[in-house]
Design a protein around this ligand. Structure first.
Ligand code: BES
Ligand code: MN
Ligand code: ZN
Length: 504
């Protein structure tokens, strides 16, 4: 979908449909809605009086205009109660709107900047949220649907959304914000495409190829590290996961230098298990297909670089993704095996299904070797995250309050809810092993914290935040900006954080 900005009066816009809005409880609309109502001879007010339009959040009412204005249709979007209305509501409204318009014949929609009128929210923030929500909400994964998929195929999406701004002086600001929103959402949709991809279409090598293609068009530097180099660097932890698979592992390292200094202000590190069978500690068959998305962390950090390169913060950012399958096989790691990570730490592998922390261990060491002054990792690390949080928020764990606070602000701005889990030193003994320095699982509960306590051993004193997104990576239905399947969680948080590094 393309999003454009135009100066003018929405009631005169040339489109297949124009979108205005209404707060709950308003009986005589003002602003743009009032102007359209007047042009339609009071049709909207009459429907409000009839009770057919109530302005409830999530309500969409379509009217036909029969030649009274250039657009043949008007959509009135309910905003809900003014007290509940915020930027998140604007983003979700735009997403719900493009899905509502998903029908044949509506390919060019025009909308006002919802929220910037009587709601009084910041105009740039609203314009960004409209573009972001529209691009996020229109996403669906149809790559493997054949063209002859039957008569009920309704794969027609809005192709062009024009944001119409009445105040000409405000148009440049709105255009800038719309561009930002489209960049954030476009990167998120790229991450969704990678995460939704079945594992036979997205091996580590194919993921590396997709990352290289993106990097080439975005103008980001990328290196793909092969097994031999991992061996030379002593990445025994990452290699212990890879050795069970016929597919060679790849370690992706993308680099954006907006400041041009030494090292990196921030390294974002993402778990890239292109399929997690559990290995010798094999998972049950039910729902195992969901493990094609166990590379969501890698997808997030790679995709975030696309928007970072487009938005050009004056900061140096690296994205690192250790990518491999986790398979059982004649050469796979076995429970009880001891391996050595790049920083010399020895690890007892008690459960081969706790593989995410094993691949991240070496990736975190590598990030620090590359000169990262802050590290944020993102991973579908533990099923326990679902036990703690359902699918409402994700867990963040840290060794540094200041960086965690920045991550929380970046997530809040993206409309993602986070919750901090404790890293009390009393949890340290959960990872101590009888035969090696540390072990990769314990049976003492607190599974999500245990994962973070393991990772903490590989970052030293470097400020670090761990995002466990295992409970939000895949969703079972469309809801506001979140789409069914790969949700896109964490991508815009990482981009917002990278943008904030400009002042760090
Ligand atoms: N990839 C899984 C975690 C996961 C579970 C992600 C469900 C998304 C949905 C991870 O590698 C894993 O298997 N974790 C184990 C750890 C355990 C063996 C300590 C888990 O959570 O059961
Ligand atoms: Mn696993
Ligand atoms: Zn996993």
């Amino acid at each position: 979908m393309e999003v454009r900005v135009e100066a003018g009066d929405i009631s005169k816009a040339d489109a297949d449909i124009i979108v205005v809005n209404l707060f709950e409880g308003i009986t005589s609309p003002g602003g743009a809605t009032g102007a359209v109502d007047a042009a339609l001879g009071g049709a909207i007010s009459q429907l409000i009086a009839l009770g057919d339009i109530r302005g409830k959040a999530g309500e969409f009412t379509m009217l036909h205009t029969f030649g009274r204005i250039p657009s043949p249709r008007v959509l009135v979007a309910g905003l809900g109660k003014p007290a509940d209305f915020d930027i998140d509501a604007v983003r979700n409204l735009a997403a719900n709107m493009v899905r509502f318009l998903r029908k044949p014949g509506i390919s060019r929609a025009a909308t006002i900047v919802h929220g910037a009128g009587i709601a009084g929210l910041d105009a740039a923030a609203c314009a960004q949220a409209v573009a972001e929500g529209a691009v996020l909400g229109s996403y669906r994964f149809v790559r493997h649907k054949s063209k002859n998929n039957g008569a009920n195929d309704d794969r027609h999406d809005v192709a062009l959304l024009t944001v119409v701004e009445r105040d000409t002086a405000r148009v440049p600001l709105v255009a800038d914000a719309v561009g930002r929103g489209a960049a954030l959402a476009g990167a998120t949709n790229f991450a969704r495409d990678l995460a939704n991809e079945p594992s036979n279409h997205l091996t580590p090598a194919l993921l590396a190829e997709r990352a290289c293609d993106m990097a080439a068009s975005a103008g980001v530097a990328i290196e793909v590290m092969e097994r031999e180099e991992m061996e030379r660097k002593g990445m025994g932890s990452l290699l212990s996961v890879a050795k069970g698979s016929a597919q060679p592992p790849k370690l992706l390292c993308l680099s954006y230098k907006g400041r041009g200094g030494e090292g990196y202000d921030l390294a974002i590190v993402g778990k890239g298990i292109t399929f997690d069978t559990g290995g010798i500690s094999i998972k049950p068959a039910a729902n195992m297909e969901a493990m094609k998305a166990d590379m969501t962390g890698a997808a997030s950090v790679v995709a975030a670089m696309q928007a970072i390169a487009a938005l050009k913060p004056k900061a140096d950012i690296a994205a690192i993704a250790p990518c491999t399958e986790n398979m059982p096989g004649g050469n796979a790691s076995k429970p009880g095996d001891v391996v050595t990570a790049m920083n010399g730490t020895t690890i007892e592998i008690l459960n081969t299904d706790a593989e995410g922390r094993l691949v991240l261990a070496d990736a975190l060491c590598f990030a620090i070797e590359r000169g990262a002054r802050r590290v944020v990792d993102v991973a579908t690390l533990t099923g326990a995250a679902t036990t703690s949080f359902g699918d409402v928020c994700y867990g963040i764990m840290t060794n540094n309050d200041a960086l965690a606070t920045q991550v929380e602000a970046a997530a809040a701005a993206a409309g993602e809810k986070t919750w901090r889990l404790p890293m009390f030193k009393e949890y340290d003994e959960y990872v101590t092993s009888d035969v090696a320095d540390i072990k990769n699982t314990a049976s003492k509960g607190a599974g999500t914290i245990m994962g973070a306590k393991f990772l903490e051993r590989f970052v030293g004193a470097t400020p670090w935040v761990h995002l466990d997104i295992a409970n939000v990576d895949m969703m079972d239905k469309d809801k506001g900006w979140v789409t069914k399947g790969a949700s896109g969680y964490s991508v815009r948080t990482l981009i917002n954080l990278a943008l904030a590094m400009e002042n760090a």
